[in-house]
Design a binder for this molecule. Structure first.
Ligand code: SAM
Length: 213
C-alpha cells in the first residue's frame, strides 16, 4: 500500500484506546470480555483502511471483529471510521500479523480473513507473504480446531502460491473461486483494493481453506 506520511497517527491512535488497545497483550485470552459478550471472533490480517472489516461488523452484529494492520499511517483511516460511527463489535490492532500468538490465546479466534495481501513476488521475500507457512502456523495456533482462512486477491501468482502453501500445510481447500465477481457467491463485501483492481478489469480470486483437527 502506498504510504502517505501521517505525523498525527501515533497521537490519534493513543487517544482512542477504547478502539485500539494500547497494550493488546493484556487482552490475550480475554477478548470476549473486552467485547462484553461470548460471540465468535473473526480477524482480518492486513486490514488496510478497514472498509471490509467495518462493513462486515455492521452487517453481522452477532460476530466480533478485529482488524489487524501493521502500519500506523494506514490503520488511522480505519480508526476514523470508528470515531465517526462507533461499532460495539469492532476493534483494531496495530501489530504484526506474524506475532499474533502474543495477543491471542489458543482457540480464541473463529475465522481469519486475508484480503489483497501484499504479493511480495520475489522469492527472497517469500517469508513476508501472509500465506507463508510460518504465518499459517500462527493462525492455526490461535484458531479453533477446523478454523478457516478466507482469502481474496487479484494477484494470480500470490493465489497460486497460497493454494500450494495451504495444501502443503495439510489444509483442506473447501471452495475456490477463479472469478469471484462472475460467480454466484452471495454477500461479497468489497475491500478498497478489490474495488480499485476490479474497476481496472482484474479478476478476483477467492479460497476458503480449513485447518484439520
Ligand atoms: N485488505 C486491504 C484491502 O484489501 O483493501 C488492504 C490491502 S494492502 C495491499 C495490504 C495491507 O496489509 C497493507 O496495509 C499492509 O500494511 C498490511 N500488512 C502487510 N504485512 C502485514 C503484517 N505482517 N501484519 C499486519 N499487516 C500487514
Amino acid at each position: 500500500m502506498r504510504l502517505r506520511n501521517k505525523p498525527e497517527a501515533p497521537t490519534k491512535i493513543a487517544s482512542y484506546p477504547q478502539y485500539i488497545p494500547e497494550t493488546p497483550e493484556d487482552w490475550k485470552g480475554k477478548w470476549q470480555s473486552r467485547f462484553k459478550n461470548d460471540n465468535p471472533i473473526h480477524i482480518e490480517v492486513g486490514t488496510g483502511k478497514g472498509r471490509f472489516i467495518y462493513e462486515m461488523a455492521k452487517l453481522h452484529p452477532e460476530i466480533n471483529y478485529i482488524g489487524i494492520e501493521i502500519q500506523m499511517s494506514v490503520i488511522v483511516t480505519a480508526l476514523d471510521k470508528l470515531i465517526e460511527n462507533e461499532l460495539p463489535n469492532l476493534q483494531l490492532l496495530q501489530v504484526n500479523g506474524g506475532e499474533l500468538t502474543q495477543y491471542f490465546a489458543e482457540n480464541e479466534i473463529n475465522q481469519v480473513y486475508l484480503n489483497f495481501s501484499d504479493p511480495w513476488p520475489k522469492k527472497k521475500h517469500e517469508k513476508r507473504r501472509l500465506t507463508y507457512q510460518s504465518f499459517l502456523s500462527v493462525y492455526e495456533e490461535i484458531l479453533v480446531p477446523k478454523g478457516e482462512i478466507h482469502f481474496k486477491t487479484d494477484n494470480q501468482g500470490l493465489f497460486e502460491y497460497s493454494l500450494a502453501s495451504f495444501s502443503q500445510y495439510g489444509m483442506i481447500l473447501k471452495q475456490v473461486w477463479l472469478h469471484l465477481h462472475e460467480s454466484d457467491f452471495e454477500g461479497n463485501v468489497m475491500t478498497e483494493y478489490e474495488e480499485k483492481f476490479s474497476n481496472k478489469g482484474n479478476r478476483i480470486y477467492r479460497v476458503e481453506a480449513q485447518f484439520k483437527d
